[in-house]
Design a protein around this ligand. Structure first.
Ligand code: NAD
Length: 479
């Protein structure tokens, strides 16, 4: 059956939509039907895109555009994204499996990033540093030049906008490598930039394979800065490529984040957070609530409530706005189910779920709650990236913190308690870049986000992100 969606399924280079010799088929994970064929970029297209971005930066002097003009341009992009939200949201839903509401939400968020960083584009002010009467000393913030941005498949348009908007606000030009498994919604973002009159070459978007176009882009000598969001192994290979040329990076990597529910937890509040924390986007969220650590005195009660929640969730194609949508691919479903099977073999127990949904065509995984998990098991340590929650009991606050911090990751963490002093103490002790107290995912585009330890370094979102894309120059004048 054909489900083809019309659109901008080419590469966007130097302000033009360009075909390529090869193409890639994009499937709907809910039905496995083909949605579109998109032009597949290789090293040749990477060469052209970096050249276009360099030309825009060096010859057209994109970075010299007055801040107020850059701000106006970014606001125009936000308007264009909002005009494309219904269409783009449907594209994101169909290619990614996510709900229609979440697809639209991603475009709404993408627009918000452009408005937010527009507000900062004319406020990139330096400092005057008093080093003595005989000197005038001041700092200026300068863009790096060409920013290469490699985007993962779980939230392509909002993650792309999260890096693109501050990079442009700071005066950089950009080459985006969209995720090859779900590249279409990022192309819609390109259409918004085009409609908004972003200068040719300031934004370039390529759909290419990671080990081909991706690897060519991050090792290209014309790239001055790299932003990567994705898995730890890919991040490590990009860090090597960047180290070879001493190029600065931002690394937004994976997580195995824990929520800690103390004995005074408000269970309704906690269950609402579990609903979003692990089942939103079928758990394919870097900052998902992968583990729930519960004080032993409330453990059975919480487990019953979380099990009832999981068993009451609806499962279906994203276009119907169910609670649980399909995973992105057959490979991802095999991986998630395989990790559950391994855990069950190692002594874990599936209170509910634990395997794929039988007799369906799409890549549907059952919402899963696992107990009897020990901290040394893979399922307690490694990212699953699916709707799989590990629930573990603890007896003391110290044990809770040791369990929460007992993986190599450190992306986010959560605390659920009615005692705010205890919540703040735990927030200090959690090894994480972002801590939620009494609501998982509390925060927004204004709040800095990023990891510690193996979850990466650098911060996206908020004012902090702007400084990923700027370098400080000090000017000292002898009077
Ligand atoms: P991935 O690492 O497989 O791929 C991410 C991107 O890197 C894709 O565009 C891919 O084509 C590209 N890529 C692959 N090999 C490359 C190479 N050698 N050189 C350059 N680019 C290459 O990750 P994924 O499976 O797309 O995404 C899931 C992972 O992303 C999870 O680990 C998740 O936790 C992480 N993630 C992190 C955040 C965050 O903000 N911290 C957000 C979303 C996803």
């Amino acid at each position: 059956m054909s489900e083809e969606i019309p659109g901008y399924w080419r590469n966007y280079i130097g302000g033009r939509w360009r075909d390529a010799e090869r193409s890639l088929s994009v499937e709907n994970p809910a039905t496995t039907h083909a949605l579109a064929a998109i032009a597949l970029a290789g090293p040749g297209e990477v060469e052209e895109a970096v050249a276009a971005a360099r030309h825009c930066f060096e010859v057209e002097r994109f970075g010299d555009m007055p801040g107020a003009e850059r701000a106006a341009m970014l606001h125009r992009v936000a308007v264009a994204i909002r005009e494309l939200t219904d269409y783009g949201g449907r594209v994101a839903c169909l290619e990614n499996g996510k709900t229609l509401d979440d697809g639209r939400g991603e475009f709404a968020e993408a627009a918000d990033y452009f408005d937010y960083y527009a507000g900062m584009a004319d406020k990139l002010e330096g400092r005057n540093i008093p080093i003595g009467e005989d000197y005038l000393d001041f700092t200026v913030h300068e863009p790096y030049g060409v920013s290469a941005q490699v985007v993962p498949w779980n939230f392509p348009p909002s993650i792309a906008a999260r890096s693109l908007a501050p990079a442009l606000a700071a005066g950089n030009t950009v080459v985006i490598k969209s995720p090859e498994i779900s590249p279409l919604a990022v192309a819609v973002l390109g259409e918004a930039c085009d409609r908004a009159g972003v200068p040719a070459g300031a934004v370039n978007i390529l759909c290419g394979e990671g080990d081909e176009a991706g690897a060519a882009l991050v090792s290209h000598p014309g790239v001055d800065q790299i932003v990567f969001t994705g898995s730890v192994p890919t991040g490590q290979s990009i860090m090597h490529a960047a180290a070879d040329r001493a190029v600065p990076c931002v690394m937004e990597l994976g997580g195995k984040s824990a929520a800690v529910a103390f004995e005074d937890v408000d269970i309704d509040q906690l269950v609402a957070s579990v609903r979003n924390g692990i089942f939103f986007n079928a758990g394919q969220v870097c900052s998902a609530m992968a583990r729930l650590l519960v004080h032993r005195s409330r453990y059975e009660e919480v487990l019953d409530r979380v099990t009832a929640l999981s068993e009451g969730l609806t499962i279906g194609p994203g276009i119907d706005n169910p609670d649980i949508t399909p995973l992105i691919s057959a490979g991802q479903l095999d991986r998630v189910e395989g990790m559950c099977t391994e855990a069950l073999g190692a002594g874990a127990r599936a209170v509910t779920g634990g395997r794929r949904v039988p007799d369906t065509v799409g890549h549907f995984m059952q919402p899963t709650v696992l107990t009897d998990v020990t901290p040394d098991m893979n399922i307690a340590r490694e990212e699953v990236f699916g709707p799989v929650l590990v629930v573990m009991p603890f007896d003391t606050d110290e044990e809770a913190m040791a369990l929460a911090n007992g993986t190599d990751y450190g992306l986010v963490g959560g605390v659920f308690t009615q005692d705010i002093a205890r919540g703040l103490r735990a927030a200090r002790q959690l090894a994480a870049g972002q801590v939620f107290v009494n609501e998982w995912f509390a925060g927004g585009i204004q709040t800095p986000f990023g990891g510690t330890r193996r979850s990466g370094y650098g911060r996206e979102k908020g004012q902090e992100a702007l400084y990923n894309y700027l370098q400080t120059k000090n000017v000292a004048v002898r009077l």
